[in-house]
Design a protein around this ligand. Structure first.
Ligand code: MF3
Ligand code: CO
Length: 252
């Protein structure tokens, strides 16, 4: 029943909130550890240790064979970069960290792009626009709206600024499983798609390229890079649709 949208009760939302709180905490400590000379494996270990210390489980680890706690994607890497002892972060890099935690039978999922040291103005503007596009999407995630309202809000925000939306990967429902229905594309038409109702929990996650939208998957089977070699950024929150509007579950 992978296509079924699972609505959560208020009580289930409060159980899921714990997974989201721990996911947000792990993203915060992982992001704060970024400095020139640190490896992506070291960042991954910091995230792993934090999640375990909270009594939760890293939910990406072993997901479809994924070998780490976090996806750490640098510069022209869009998503799904595999942490490595050989990958050293340097000043001027932009570093996208995506991770989640599971506890109480529920999942949290979040991502953010961080700067290492001084970065170019061009890179900073891309990061800011990607973060803001996530918030534009969240604002559209109102009870009674449709998935297309979220998709269109994200797309319009970024394309108005000359950036492009990755098409091959999308946001998703999240709950007892890391990936549930419905898909939440970062492009689309307002007023179309599944209606948003209270109890839906979704991960909105724009992946935004400085240049063209095309991507390639690397021979490791995971790492996604921009085809044109230009920068990409990624932000994600798990949110709940409620009668009182969208609630960001993965906020520290
Ligand atoms: N980053 C993906 C998401 O946000 C999930 C990662 S899949 C994994 O939905 F296998 F890399 F863990
Ligand atoms: Co996600």
């Amino acid at each position: 029943m992978i296509n079924m949208i699972v609505l959560k009760t208020t009580r289930e939302l409060s159980l899921m909130r714990e997974a989201c709180r721990i996911s947000a905490g792990a993203l915060r400590v992982a992001g704060a550890a970024i400095e020139p000379g640190i490896t992506t494996a070291e960042i991954d270990k910091i995230a792993y240790d934090y999640i375990i210390s909270q009594g939760a489980k890293p939910n990406f680890l072993n997901y479809e064979g994924y070998p780490a706690t976090a996806c750490i994607s640098i510069n022209d890497e869009v998503i799904h970069g595999i942490p490595s002892k050989k990958r050293v972060i340097k000043a001027g890099d932009i570093v996208s960290i995506d991770l989640g935690a599971a506890i109480n039978g529920y999942n949290g999922d979040n991502a953010a792009t961080f700067a290492c040291g001084d970065i170019s103005e061009e890179a900073q503007r891309l990061i800011d626009a990607t973060r803001e596009s996530l918030y534009a999407g969240i604002k559209a995630a109102k009870n009674g709206n449709r998935v297309g309202d979220i998709s269109s809000a994200v797309q319009q925000y970024v394309e108005a600024r000359g950036y492009s939306v990755v098409r091959e990967f999308v946001g998703h429902g999240v709950g007892a499983s890391l990936h549930e229905a419905p898909e939440i594309p970062n492009y689309g038409t307002a007023g179309r798609g599944v209606r948003l109702v209270p109890g839906m929990t979704i991960a909105i996650e724009p992946m935004i390229n400085l240049g063209q939208p095309q991507i390639n998957i690397m021979p490791d089977g995971w790492t996604v890079k921009t085809a044109d070699g230009k920068l990409s950024a990624h932000f994600e929150h798990t949110i709940a649709i409620t009668a009182d509007g969208p609630v960001i579950m993965t906020e520290c």
